[in-house]
Design a protein around this ligand. Structure first.
Ligand code: ZN
Length: 282
């Protein structure tokens, strides 16, 4: 099942067609995906009964919003791919390094981001969406708590991210528009292996990041186990799972996002998100 937000309403997506959940359920189901995520099993059971002719809306990619527009908690993980830890000059961690992207930065898949002053960088990431309350969940049961997977860009302003000792990551990763997500939330059963997906970042058409999610030091189930050992996870929470090698501040010379750039982030089986960048407001 693929859940999207089209013109502000929850839809099921199949190919380039969508079914409006509110209409197709004759008003029984809510048009807000945050409400649907509170009763995820119910939505999934209902979706199985939906006939082909219910998919009667053309999906215009630019009309898609964040599939999970108002998460209560957004977790993100640093240095979760060994080559990225190496390029950052750091040893791969023994425990996940966790920070937050404050939820106001979450946006949809096709956006224009106004660059703040500083050094804005890209981080292509797989994002896991929590589908049922999860507290102290063991890794071997963690996939049961996942509603689905989507794509995220963990946009990062490196000066703010790294200032102070110790550095505090979260503010520099939470400027307006710094959390693009989408284009849809895809349930785990749609993937041959949800732990092994190709992930690619392209800057102006050039591949700058490329890996497979099986390279993660802490895969999705392990992250959920470690996070939920401390914090109760809630339906609709997002987990940004870390980025592969190839970020801009580790290039020689460093390359940061500038006005006119186009950033595309793709994950196998989900689709792509696409960002354009405009100059900082003076
Ligand atoms: Zn990241």
């Amino acid at each position: 099942m693929r859940l999207g937000l089209l013109n502000g309403r929850a839809v099921l997506v199949r190919g380039d067609r969508a079914a409006d959940i509110r209409w197709a359920s004759k008003g029984r189901l809510h048009p807000n995906p945050m409400v649907l995520l509170q009763n995820w099993d119910h939505l999934r059971e209902w979706a199985l009964t939906l006939p082909d002719h219910a998919y009667d809306i053309d999906v215009e990619p630019t009309a898609l919003g964040a599939p999970v527009p108002r998460p209560r908690q957004v977790f993100a993980v640093a240095l979760n791919y060994p080559p990225h830890a190496v390029e950052a000059g750091l040893t791969p961690p023994d425990e996940p390094l966790v920070f937050t992207k404050f939820p106001s930065c979450v946006t949809g898949p096709r956006t224009t981001v106004e660059l703040p002053a500083g050094k804005v960088d890209w981080e292509a990431e797989l994002v896991a969406v929590i589908g049922r309350p999860a507290h102290r969940v063991p890794a071997d049961r963690a996939w049961e708590t996942v509603a689905g997977l989507t794509i995220g860009q963990d946009l990062s302003e490196r000066i703010t991210q790294l200032q102070g000792r110790p550095a505090q990551f979260s503010l520099g990763k939470s400027f307006p528009g710094f959390g693009p997500t989408g284009p849809v939330l895809v349930t785990p059963d749609e993937f041959g292996d949800p732990d092994d997906l190709e992930i690619t970042g392209l800057l102006n058409g050039e591949v700058v990041q490329h890996d497979r999610t099986k390279s993660m030091i802490f895969p999705v189930p392990e992250l959920i186990a470690r996070l939920s050992a401390v914090v109760p996870l809630l339906p609709g929470d997002l987990v940004f799972t870390g980025t592969p090698a190839g970020v801009g501040n580790r290039r020689t010379p460093p390359r940061y996002l500038t006005e006119g750039d186009e950033l595309v982030t793709r994950i196998e089986g989900i689709g792509e998100v696409r960002q354009h960048f405009t100059a900082p407001a003076s």
